[in-house]
Write a protein that binds this ligand. Structure first.
Ligand SMILES: [Zn+2]
Length: 209
């Protein structure tokens, strides 16, 4: 493999769980075998999906102004945006805040669950590429920042209280980061290759044991 920093070429050696391989020229990390990475990815991925469902359906925010109270969920936010003429914003919020994070969590679970027992599911290479491409487009953090900024404006006009849906979004953000960050890209590819090779014929090794 080539070092991302100095382009030196290395032969990718088998490394033990918890170890990290470094470039021999510049010392930058090349790949690592994180301890219990699959278990972590599955645990945080499942937690993320539960937080995701809670974020969509539980009350996100309650506004109280002059005796009028209004509660909304994150799912209703998109519908309200659309009804108020946000024909560009509503689909963008739906795609980048709801659809892509959900797809990211599902692809991660689709890859990691069978790999835990060394098995493969059909289309794993496609799903791994999809997972790779999705990372740049998941924008739950942007939605979170947007919510905080609008809160600063809203508190001067009404009494605002955050519901379980809001806190689920915080949980989703943390679970997403932990699940995707918990497993190395190289390690995931190597595990898929090993599992696929094992299916055809027993092999001796790869990056990850
Ligand atoms: Zn290097």
């Amino acid at each position: 493999m080539a070092c991302h920093f100095c382009d030196s070429l290395h032969e990718a050696q088998l490394i033990e769980e918890g170890q990290e391989a470094h470039c021999l020229t510049c010392g930058q990390p090349l790949y690592r075998n994180r301890p219990q990475s699959l278990e972590r990815a599955i645990a945080f991925g499942t937690t993320g999906i539960l937080f995701f469902i809670a974020m969509i359906f539980l009350p996100f925010m309650t506004l109280d102004a002059q005796g009028n109270s209004m509660t909304t969920t994150a799912g209703q936010t998109v519908i309200r945006l659309w009804l108020n003429g946000g024909y560009l914003i509503a689909p963008a919020v739906f795609i980048f805040t709801f659809l892509l994070p959900f797809l990211q969590l599902c692809s991660l679970l689709y890859l990691c669950t069978p790999l835990l027992s060394g098995r493969t599911f059909p289309g794993m290479i496609f799903v791994a590429k999809l997972l790779n491409g999705l990372q740049a487009w998941v924008m739950v953090e942007v939605f979170f920042l947007g919510t905080i900024i609008s809160l600063l404006k809203l508190v001067t006009l009404a009494d605002v209280s955050m519901g379980l849906g809001f806190w689920s979004m915080v949980g989703l953000m943390l679970s997403l980061a932990a699940s995707v960050g918990g497993i190395d890209k190289m390690e995931l590819w190597d595990r898929i290759e090993l599992a696929k090779a094992r299916k055809d014929a027993p092999v001796e090794g790869g990056l990850v044991c």
